[in-house]
Design a protein around this ligand. Structure first.
Ligand code: HEC
Ligand code: HEC
Ligand code: HEC
Ligand code: HEC
Ligand code: HEC
Ligand code: HEC
Ligand code: HEC
Ligand code: HEC
Ligand code: HEC
Ligand code: HEC
Length: 332
């Protein structure tokens, strides 16, 4: 976890930060009020809310910003957030810049960086609040910030650059681009995908977000879900979803990762063990082991003679290892 830098703290004196916080509080209040109460326009902060000897900044509109930030303004015309500029729905029409940067009248006069909020310089939680004033509880699951990213101060802006990489940089969508972004911090996971048996991420056919929701989820490990609460694996491996008349218990109780390593391994079928029998014997250890002297076994199923190669390849007989609709012994 060294490959990323935390956006907060960099170079803002404490004084200025306190000033920011004081000035931003009314901004959040008014933005949230506008958002939830549906008032016609986001109200400029009222003087009563601001610091004692300090007139609060007011909204001036994006055209004012254009005068000095022509490049950013022009690039913004193609940004997905341009919708904020043109649609009344978000309460910031004609002043989209200030939906994220807060009211800008003071800064437009002074041109001082300390008079305008830059999300990249806020603490992660505060920066996320700016984004979540619009993106909270969206159907895409954006906004569930309980995941380990939010808990570990990986803010929205660590993955979404609003201006830096042009309109296509706001969110990666191609599998290869998503993988590159995730790999930039999770180098060890990316290394697993270089092993012989793994999903086709290096080829750009699949991406990390096919299995993980970077915005958090109800499952451990930020896993994507299928049909509500089932593991996201079943979105693609639907044939294994069941329900089967005869379930193999660990699929329900333990999940796929008990037997498989989806990030990749040296073992065929991405199994946890090089040989299938050792996967099985971890739980069915009461079967006599290959070296056992007791041919008939002591515990059922006594028919298994583990010294005979015939019985070592479990899935030759127990073919429907993920569940069967016809046979309790998972034979077919
Ligand atoms: C009169 C010119 C002028 C106007 C108008 C103006 N800015 Fe700036 N802005 C500047 C200058 C100069 C800087 C400082 C650049 C630097 O130091 O690198 C700056 C810096 C910024 C920064 C970076 C602050 C930081 O912490 O690094 C942001 C964000 C910003 N402006 C947003 C806006 C927005 C939003 C508007 C419209 C409400 C706006 N500006 C209007 C001149 C202006
Ligand atoms: C959706 C939120 C959002 C909107 C809308 C937005 N910005 Fe930004 N802006 C940011 C964030 C976040 C940063 C920090 C750097 C980054 O992530 O690209 C930033 C950084 C900046 C900077 C600092 C220099 C830089 O490029 O890093 C300037 C200047 C700026 N914005 C101006 C504007 C202007 C002008 C507009 C309107 C045309 C605008 N912003 C609209 C979120 C926004
Ligand atoms: C004022 C409301 C508002 C704020 C604040 C806001 N957004 Fe958005 N965001 C939008 C709208 C509107 C869209 C476009 C949705 C659409 O196209 O349907 C959007 C789209 C996006 C997308 C999707 C881009 C794509 O290519 O699909 C991302 C990512 C995003 N925003 C991130 C952020 C981040 C990060 C922040 C905080 C720095 C932020 N937003 C702040 C309103 C907002
Ligand atoms: C760890 C990286 C990461 C973080 C942190 C992150 N996102 Fe995303 N976000 C992504 C990726 C990757 C996508 C593209 C997903 C896709 O194309 O399926 C995305 C997509 C989106 C979209 C587009 C809608 C969609 O589902 O395609 C929005 C809006 C968005 N993010 C907003 C946010 C907001 C707001 C935050 C902070 C609360 C945030 N994101 C934090 C990686 C991240
Ligand atoms: C800016 C760095 C950064 C980026 C980019 C990033 N992550 Fe993370 N991720 C972290 C940190 C920090 C943690 C928490 C510590 C850990 O578990 O390694 C984490 C944790 C996770 C976890 C573990 C969840 C858990 O609860 O155990 C998953 C899964 C994950 N990230 C997936 C992704 C995916 C998918 C992407 C790409 C969309 C991504 N990350 C991009 C920094 C990042
Ligand atoms: C085929 C599905 C799948 C894909 C693709 C996938 N993961 Fe995972 N990942 C999992 C499963 C399953 C777990 C274990 C989750 C749990 O129960 O905690 C996991 C765990 C993790 C963890 C936490 C534990 C650890 O191993 O460090 C991180 C971080 C992570 N994945 C990141 C990534 C990243 C980054 C990518 C893309 C390069 C990725 N994953 C692609 C399925 C997948
Ligand atoms: C986006 C679709 C997708 C998701 C989600 C997915 N897989 Fe896969 N999986 C595939 C594809 C496609 C293959 C075939 C890969 C190949 O041919 O290289 C595969 C292959 C496999 C294999 C190896 C099959 C073999 O014959 O070697 C296993 C085991 C597996 N997946 C388990 C999982 C598990 C466990 C999860 C959830 C953690 C998961 N998959 C999630 C698409 C997916
Ligand atoms: C009890 C251990 C176990 C569990 C749990 C398990 N698998 Fe398997 N899986 C295996 C074994 C063993 C094989 C290899 C079968 C063989 O040798 O032909 C396999 C093979 C596969 C294959 C390769 C093709 C096929 O259909 O046989 C896929 C895909 C797969 N598993 C996905 C999953 C998914 C998704 C889950 C979770 C829903 C899961 N597995 C849970 C043991 C398990
Ligand atoms: C994580 C533990 C676990 C692993 C690994 C595992 N099993 Fe199971 N298996 C169980 C449990 C628990 C049951 C249910 C036992 C019961 O209902 O009495 C079961 C049931 C079975 C049954 C059906 C027994 C019956 O008649 O009800 C067969 C056959 C079976 N397993 C074969 C295998 C094979 C072959 C493997 C290796 C590919 C394997 N198991 C791996 C835990 C496991
Ligand atoms: C040659 C075919 C064959 C092979 C190979 C085989 N089994 Fe079986 N297995 C059977 C038969 C037949 C039964 C049913 C026995 C009965 O009903 O009394 C059975 C039953 C079982 C049961 C259910 C026992 C119970 O309590 O009813 C388990 C668990 C099991 N086998 C696990 C394994 C494991 C683990 C392996 C690999 C080490 C394996 N089997 C290899 C044929 C085989």
């Amino acid at each position: 976890m060294t490959a990323f830098s935390l956006p907060h703290s960099a170079g803002i004196p404490t004084q200025a930060r306190r000033y920011h916080a004081a000035r931003l509080a009314p901004f959040f209040a008014s933005a949230l009020f506008a958002f939830f109460a549906g008032s016609a326009q986001a109200q400029p902060a009222s003087p009563a809310q601001a610091g004692a000897n300090d007139q609060p900044a007011t909204y001036v509109g994006s055209e004012t910003c254009q005068a000095c930030h022509e490049d950013v303004f022009n690039a913004f015309q193609k940004n997905p957030h341009h919708l904020v500029e043109t649609s009344a729905k978000y309460k910031f029409d004609t002043k989209a810049c200030e939906s994220c940067h807060g009211p800008g009248s003071k800064h437009a006069e002074s041109t001082s960086p300390s008079d305008i909020s830059n999300p990249a310089k806020l603490k992660p939680a505060a920066a996320d609040k700016v984004c979540l004033s619009c993106h909270l509880n969206q159907p895409t699951n954006v906004g569930r910030i309980t995941g380990s990213h939010a808990k570990n101060q990986v803010s929205c802006a660590s993955c979404h650059s609003i201006h830096a990489k042009g309109p296509d940089g706001v969110a990666p969508h191609k599998a290869a681009d998503v993988n590159q972004q995730c790999a930039s911090c999770h180098g060890n996971v990316w290394a697993s995908f270089q092993q012989p048996f793994r999903h086709k991420l290096p080829e750009g056919v699949m991406s990390c977000v096919d299995c993980h929701n970077p915005h958090g989820s109800f499952q451990p490990g930020n896993m994507q879900t299928s049909r509500g609460s089932e593991p996201g694996c079943l979105n693609c491996h639907a044939d294994l979803a069941g329900p089967f008349a005869f379930q193999h218990a660990p699929l329900q109780t333990e999940g796929c990762s008990t037997c498989h390593v989806p990030h990749g391994t040296n073992n065929p079928r991405m199994l946890t063990r090089a040989q299938v029998q050792y996967v099985c014997l971890e739980c069915h250890g009461n079967l006599p082991l290959p070296t056992a002297s007791d041919v008939n076994g002591t515990i059922p199923p006594a028919i298994h003679d583990m010294r005979s190669p015939r019985f070592q390849n479990c899935t030759v007989c127990h073919q429907k290892i993920h569940g069967s609709n016809v046979d309790r012994g998972l034979f077919r």
